[in-house]
Structure formats: structure tokens, C-alpha cells
Design a protein around this ligand. Sequence first.
Ligand SMILES: Nc1ncnc2c1ncn2[C@@H]1O[C@H](COP(=O)(O)OP(=O)(O)OP(=O)(O)O)[C@@H](O)[C@H]1O
Length: 663
Amino acid sequence: MDFETIPGVGEKTAAALAELDDAERALTDGDVAALARAPGLTEGRAAAIARGAIRRDHDDPGGFLATDRASEIYRDALGLLQARTVTSYAEKRLETLFPTGSKSRIEEVRAFAGDATALDADPDVLAALSGVEPLSDPNPRRVRERCIATTDAERYAAAKETFPELSIEVVENARDIGELARSYSTVVVLDESFAGIDVEGDVRVLPDAAERTDEVVPERLLAFFAENREALEAAAAVHEAAGIDPPCDVAALRDALDRLDDDGTIVGDDELERLSNAVSDLDTAASTAESVANDRLRDVIRERDVTIEGTDFLSLVEQGARVDSLLSRELEDEFDEALSAAREHFVESLSLRPSEADLTERVFPEDPSFPLGHDEEAVGRLRTELKTARDRRAAKLKADLASDLDDLREPVETLVRDALELDVRLAVSRFADDFDCVFPQFTGHAGDDGPGTFTIEGGRSPLLDVDFEDVAPVDYDVSGVTLLSGVNSGGKTSTLDLVGLVVVLAHMGLPVPAESVRLSRFSELHYYAKSQGTLDAGAFESTLRDFAALTDGAADRLVLVDELESITEPGASAKIIAGILEELAEQGAAAVFVSHLAGGIREAADVSVAVDGIEAVGLEDGELVVNRSPVKDHLARSTPELIVEKLAGERETSFYGRLLEKF
Ligand SMILES: Nc1ncnc2c1ncn2[C@@H]1O[C@H](COP(=O)(O)OP(=O)(O)OP(=O)(O)O)[C@@H](O)[C@H]1O
């Protein structure tokens, strides 16, 4: 695949992606975790690349979120979904869902979300998910007991890359290899020419070592499983709790993991444990055995009366302190017993096998002496023998386990990926459940058969500053260009937010928080939030330029504008808004402009503009009681008008009646 055809991917990123084994699959699946394994890619960047690839595959030019406020609404929607994930993988993966005008992409996500909403979020599954994370490749760990040997400089360089865990040695002849075999437990020779080499030690000629990495460094595979143990166990638990068939034999996986320590070494093998303990306890065992014998001898000697003949005494005196001969003659049996006790203790404490025990005889020599001592050289020889046996045993066990795990290597990728993907789907399902969502119905491409439309029934925005249960359902439908009037705090901005949220979610392919929604497929959402106050001349000019750009766009856009009048004085605002609405109406775009000046704008416009209104149905304890659903073709009375009407009704003075007539 030519990665540079993905928007935003340059030569360097393409090269990083090419290093992945499964970049194509990862791009198709939006597998952010797999993409982030490429050198130098963060998860955020991986999500951006996945979005780029999706855009390319669906001919989506991008730019659906045409304004800051539109992007904010998307971020808020995404936040609601992300808040329902357990894993940080799912959080990032959700970022590959974005609003688009591409029909095929919307349908693709809808199919995915349709499956997702059929799922139930079981608490046991969510608990198990907390331990799942993307699998990671451990850093290479040095393996000291094995080396690679070659005569060839090129092979040397290639082996250095392929086997960072091992020492790579340059050799010239069989003698060099023989020398290496004395220092390493195993020597792997890369040159065919050494086939059949006869040197002492474990020397293997493997010209295709690069294709047999699991055999040459089983530690790599073992380290992978050891390092990912928690994620693997959790992913298996997720499958069990969710009742999903796992892609591998979970019992075999657990059994293999039980044989593995966290540092990638083998555990649970009695023989390996015996040999390892024997190597490390060797010196202590020799000293203790010595003490056992000497304590015995000391006791015996202390309690014994020894009669020395004159000649013996004379030779003792003449020859200095040589008492060995005396010892052997007078205490021969006792010495033999002490020696046997020392050897027995030594063999038993180290659990030595008969073949190994033979060497013990040399550790404690037969010649009588007091105190009895051990032969360091013999201990050294025994140590070498035990170490070799230990390393052989470990190597065999590692190779056996690696060969068992090799079959699981690919399936466990699927095991973990499926668990993580389940988290993504459960987040969508929980979102849909929590906000009583339905899938919207698209009526066609905006602008194809008249201006774009939307019809929302029972829409409830989860972005409001009140608890979701207290959100009043809103019905609203718009076709073409419309002004939305209404009392202060009636819910005009909230209605625009609801429309924005529904449109964004629908174009992401996701369910929307409403009883039913029908809408056109738009290609861009332009949502302008209310300005924070009157703009100075420069800011006003640049805002006007923004809106001027809107007037020569295509018909398939939805434009939402909140109280544009606040940017300048009311008289001028009404004229400007009327001018923009005329242009948008002429293009056939769909638009909702919230304004307190709806009446004035309608009068200033040369085309007929629909005006809807959020109406107060009365005043209760000084508070307006509002019908949150805009009334169609109805200019809502403003808050001041309602207050004046209330005062006029109380008839304290005729001033309010006269004032009311001015509205
Ligand atoms: N559908 C709804 N259900 C419950 N409460 C709502 C709903 N819509 C709006 N509100 C409440 O009314 C408050 C005011 O809403 P909003 O800011 O949308 O009104 P507005 O008409 O835009 O006001 P203004 O004219 O001052 O700009 C919200 O902060 C929210 O608390």
C-alpha cells in the first residue's frame, strides 16, 4: 500500500508505517493501538492517520466541521462516548469516528454501531476490561548463554539487527568456534560451510537462523508473553464474561503463562529448580558439610585417650606437626564415618543425582586430615557441570514452551484486539442507552431535491446544564432558511446545540438522543456561537468576511448562527443578517439563525424568511414558563413584551397599556 496517498502522511510517516507487519489491516480497522506501534507515532497521531485513511477510502474531502463551534460540539459528543470507555485504547479508537458527508462511511459506521447497540454492558465484562491494554513488544533483553558466529561481515551486520539479544562473534575457523563453545552454552553458526563441524559443546549450524528466531532466541517470545501476561489474562476473562468464543485455546494459554515468570524465565520445573538451587548453594553446602565432619571428629578426638608409642612420639616431634598418619592409624573408622557424613550432607543438601554425586568424592578427598577440608578445584568442576546441566535444561524448557506459545502468538493478538474493540462497542451501546438514542433516518443529499431539512422529535440534549432526566424533549423541524425567535433563556441556544449535536452524531453514523430524527445528508456544518459582546471595528470586519465566505458555498451545508446581532448595533445587525439570509436562501442552503431581531430581519429581507418561535406560555412566581419546542411560523413575543403585558393586566396605570401597543 502506498501510505503517502493518505492525507497528512508524508515520506517519514509512510516509512514508519511500512515497518508494521499489519499496517493495512490496522488502517482498515482503525486499530489505533497497532498503528501507534510504528516508530515515533503517538496514539493521537495514529488516530489522525486512521482518519486520513478512512477519508481517502471514502472519497471524503473532510471539512465537515467548518467552524470552531461545530468542532466543539463534535468534541463534546466524542467526550460523552469516551466517558463510557474502560480502556484508553477505546478512548483513542473512538477518535476514528468523525462526522462526514460521505454516504458510504456513514453507512459503514451505522452497521458497526447497529451491532454495538444490541450489546448489553455486563458489569463483569466492564470489570475484566479494566485490565486489558494493547499488546506491547518488550525491549530486547540480553541473553548471555548463547551467541551467534559467522565469518562474513554482511551476515554479521544482518545478525546484529535480527538478534539484538545475542552477542554476534566473528570467527575464522573451527578452532574459533570451539573456543566460543567453551564460553557459551550454545553457539549458533550462520555459515553453511561449517555444517558437520566437530567441536566439543552445543554448536548448531543454522544458515537460516533469521527465519527461526523463536528457536534461536525463544526468550523473545517468552518475554512477549511474560510482559503482556495481565492484558492476556484480562482479555481471556473478557471473552468468558461476555460469552464470546475466544480465538485461541484459553486453557492452553493459561497453562503456558503458569510456566512463565514475569521476567520471562521458566517456573514450575522441579529439575530446573533443583539444578539452579544446587549451583547457587554449592559453596555453602561444601562449608556446612565440612563443619558436620569436623564437629564429629572434634567430639571423638576430645573423648579419646590416645597412647603414643615412643617411636611415634619421636617422629612427631622430629617431623613437626604431621599427625595425619597418627590420625589414620588411631581414628581410621571415625575419620571414615566423618567423611561419609560430610559427603552425605553435601549430596542431600544439594539433592545431587548419583552421576553428579560421583564428583562429590573428589570434593572431599579420602586422605585423613584434621580439620577436614574440601577441594576447591573439585567444587569448581562440579559447579561447571551443574551449570551446564541447568542451562541445557532451561534451554530445552524454553524451546518447548516457545513452541507451544508460537501457535498462540497470532490468536492472542486477536484475543486482545477483540476485547478492546468490545470496549469501543460497549461505549457506543452505553451512550445510546444512557441518552435514549435512536438511529436517524437520512432523507437524501441536502440540496438535491430542494434545500436541506431536519425533523427532530423528542430531542433531548445531553449537553445541557441540567440533569438529563430533567431535560424537556424538543420537537423541531426546519427546511431551508429559518429565523428562530424566543424569550430570554427560552432555550434558543440549547435548541441550536441540540440540532448541532444531532447532526454531528448522525453524520458520524451514530444514534442520536431523540425519539425520532429525519434529516438530509449535509457535507458541512457551519455553527457560529453567540459573540461575547459588541465587536470593535477590526473584529467586526473579520466576522463579516467569515460570513461573506458563507454566501458563495454550495447548497449542501447546514448553517447555525446564534444571535449574530450582538456583534454590532441592532439596526445594522438586522440589515446584515437579512442580507446573509437572502444569499443562503438563494443558494438553497439550510440555516437556522437565532435572533431577538427576527421581526426586523424579516422586514429587511427581500425574500420571505420563515420565523419560528420559542414561546413563553406564562409567568409563574416571576419565572417564565416556556414551551421548549419552537412553534413553526410564529414570531415569539419577547420577554420585555411579556412583562409589559403582565403589568398592563394589573391596571395600576394606563402607561403599560400604551406601552404594550408599541410592541
Ligand atoms: N429542553 C430543555 N430542557 C430543560 N431545560 C432547558 C432546555 N432548554 C434550555 N433549558 C434551560 O434553559 C437555560 C437557558 O437556555 P438557553 O441559553 O438555550 O436560552 P436562550 O433562549 O438561548 O437564552 P438567551 O435569549 O438569553 O440567549 C439553559 O441553561 C437550561 O438550563
